[in-house]
Ligand binder design. Structure first.
Ligand code: FES
Length: 326
């Protein structure tokens, strides 16, 4: 059994594909770019804003945004910042992954697509959140629609891809916290944008929270964001509930401290997953009845309200019963 991909999700699911590390380059302090080439076969198609699921030689799975320049489709370029709290992803990549190493790429997914209409775009990046933003800015420039880019980092040593951003953006504003003595004023930037501007933001949790608060006044279709760390969403309910699988007609109890994904596995039912932290979108399933308690970092406020889909790795049910399209 597989999960049903909702309309919102855009995915190029690929069977696990062998890749190797062709090269590693320094980009900024604690930031490396890995050039991943297919070990035979080709690279699945992708759009700016997409990320890939990477299975490392130590068995750890991680998601990384693609930083390919427009027209470079024969490899995946990912940018990895060494996280001092790493649980085996970024630390392994920085300290042990070397040129020639084999890795597996499992999927290309895009939860952070560029809008197709020609309205102005404002791209806001914080820290390593610049990785999807640089590819998106270059794509817009190549399409003749250069965007304004605002890029914030804690220190000048942390700034990455400045040359590429400067070449692509109609206007580039760089904010360095330890030089300005304060963090970026996201509300002022959002407020200054015209009403029809598509707003994009990728960065750390506080920046995303400030962005979403400011952008709440905007038309939902103009607000786009991507998180790279899980949100800690307060639970609306922690109680047990029943999940019904519409296609098979099966009903499963989901215990108080269990996720839907875990309940499915315990029942021998497979379902797609990757991060299992509510940030990649792999486990998204269409909701047919019931009210989800959304606890992911992907769905927008409008998508949460509509509740057409949910992330079964972390989200739960407000009521006693949920019916899923699986
Ligand atoms: S597995 Fe990544 S959001 Fe659920």
């Amino acid at each position: 059994m597989t999960t049903a991909a909702p309309d919102r999700a855009t995915e190029a699911s690929i069977s696990p594909s062998p890749f190797y590390v062709h090269g590693i380059t320094f980009e900024a302090r604690d930031v490396l770019v890995f050039d991943l080439r297919p070990a035979g076969g080709s690279v699945a198609a992708f759009e700016p804003g997409a990320h890939i699921d990477v299975e490392l030689p130590n068995g750890v799975m991680r998601q990384y945004s693609l930083v390919n320049e427009p027209g470079v489709h024969d490899r995946y370029l990912i940018c990895v910042k060494h996280d001092p709290k790493s649980r085996g992803g970024s630390r392994f990549m920085h300290e042990q992954l070397r040129a020639g190493a084999k890795i597996v790429v499992r999927a290309v997914r895009n939860n952070f697509r560029l809008a197709s209409d020609p309205a102005p775009a404002l791209l806001i990046a914080g820290g390593i959140g610049v990785t999807p933003i640089v590819a998106m800015a270059e794509h817009l420039a190549a399409a003749g629609r250069p965007a304004e880019v605002v890029y914030a980092a804690r220190s000048r040593h942390d700034l990455a891809f400045l040359g590429r951003l400067d070449a692509a953006a109609s206007r580039l504003t760089v904010h360095v916290d330890d030089e300005a003595g304060t963090v970026l004023d996201v509300d002022a930037i959002v407020s200054a944008a015209t009403d029809d501007t598509h707003l994009y933001c990728c960065g750390p949790g506080p920046m995303l929270d400030a962005f979403l608060t400011s952008a709440a006044r905007r038309p939902p279709h103009c607000v786009h964001f991507e998180r790279f760390v899980p949100v800690v969403a307060p639970a609306l309910t922690g109680g047990a509930f029943t999940v019904e699988l519409a296609r098979s007609g099966r009903s499963l109890p989901v215990a108080e401290h269990e996720s839907i994904l875990q309940a499915l596995r315990a029942a021998g039912i497979s379902a797609a997953s990757s991060c299992e932290e509510g940030i990649c979108g792999t486990c998204e399933v269409r909701v047919l009845a019931g009210t989800p308690d959304h606890r992911d970092g992907i769905l927008s406020a409008a998508e949460r309200q509509a509740s057409r889909s949910m992330m079964i790795c972390c989200s739960r049910s407000i009521g006693e019963r949920l019916v899923l399209d699986m």
